[in-house]
Design a protein around this ligand. Structure first.
Ligand code: GUN
Length: 299
């Protein structure tokens, strides 16, 4: 049976570090890190995520501002709000919750966030810094940064000689995750829906990262014995065994059977999920400290 990583405990450690840095910033400058989260429309899952981001920001001692905009908000109104937050010296981090309602174009909004305040790491300046191996100067997308912390805790900072396979090629996760693994010297394959013999490709992985959005797709015979398996999926499936109409959350990995083969595995929920919010807090305190000319801690 594999070692199961406790994401809540690792995230709590990051949040403790962030809170200490936030207190130190306030003691030295009188300023608190400021995080603005924008949500447009009434997607229930997005509202749950945004509430927990705002709550955690307050817990870390941040100034936390939430802008809840109606579904009929125009592109111009949204971009004007981002422009005003870009100009606000008390705001160090801006996050626009995705997905946006269908009539809005997310890309120009995301690209209009000042790179220094882009705590999601989605601006092309931050994505470009990561791709060119500058891990210190920009801001890195929160979920891959959190997943990478698990990888470092398991394998150390140098992944020389290890094969890593990332299933998924999104800008939010797959591409930055592959770049982080490559920067740590892993030999990286970015697999996706068009990959031939995906199970065979995965069986080569010493580090297997799944971010496809298909419940329990990764099976035991896809996993190399002794591998580290990081599950980034969050899928809600029917759970009639819990009663009529009940559901439960599962990842992209068939946990029970893969845990018999892997050496280390992350659960869903309680694995990568808690890390995403913790790393958002880490990015915000990092942005605030840089804005005040201070060196942020390494997370
Ligand atoms: N929606 C789901 N995950 C994320 C995320 O990490 N950032 C933003 N902005 N929206 C999301």
């Amino acid at each position: 049976m594999a070692k199961v990583i406790d994401g809540k405990a690792v995230a709590a450690g990051v949040v403790e570090q962030v809170t200490a840095a936030s207190n130190a910033l306030e003691a030295q400058t009188g300023a608190r890190p400021g995080l603005a989260v924008i949500i447009v429309g009434d997607d229930p899952a997005s509202h749950v995520y945004v509430s927990s981001k705002s709550r955690m920001a307050k817990q870390c001692g941040f100034k936390s501002v939430q802008h809840t905009l109606p579904a009929e908000t125009t592109q111009g109104q949204l971009e004007a709000l981002v422009a005003s937050l870009n100009a606000d010296p008390e705001i160090h981090g801006i996050l626009v919750q995705l997905p946006l309602p269908g009539h809005l174009d997310a890309d120009p909004v995301i690209q209009s966030i000042r790179p220094e305040k882009d705590v999601d790491g989605l601006n092309i300046v931050n994505a470009g810094k990561l791709m060119t191996g500058d891990l210190e100067g920009g801001l890195i997308s929160c979920t891959p940064a959190g997943a990478m912390l698990f990888v470092r805790q398991t394998h150390g900072p140098d992944l020389s000689g290890l094969n890593a396979v990332v299933i998924g090629r999104s800008n939010l996760f797959g591409k930055p995750m592959s770049a982080l693994l490559l920067a740590a010297n892993a030999t990286v394959t970015t697999a996706h829906s068009r990959t031939r013999d995906l199970p065979g490709v995965c069986r080569n992985a010493d580090i297997l990262v799944a971010a496809v959005g298909r419940p329990q797709m990764v099976k035991a015979d896809w996993v190399k014995p002794g591998a580290t398996v990081i599950d980034v999926g969050i899928n809600r499936i029917d759970a009639p065994e819990r009663g009529e109409g009940k559901t439960r959350l599962v990842g992209d990995v068939a946990f029970d059977e893969c845990a018999e083969v892997a050496a280390v595995i992350t659960p869903v929920p309680g694995g990568v999920g808690p890390m995403t919010i913790a790393m958002l807090m880490a990015n915000t305190v990092t942005a605030a400290m840089r804005a005040h000319g201070l060196k942020p801690p390494a997370f």
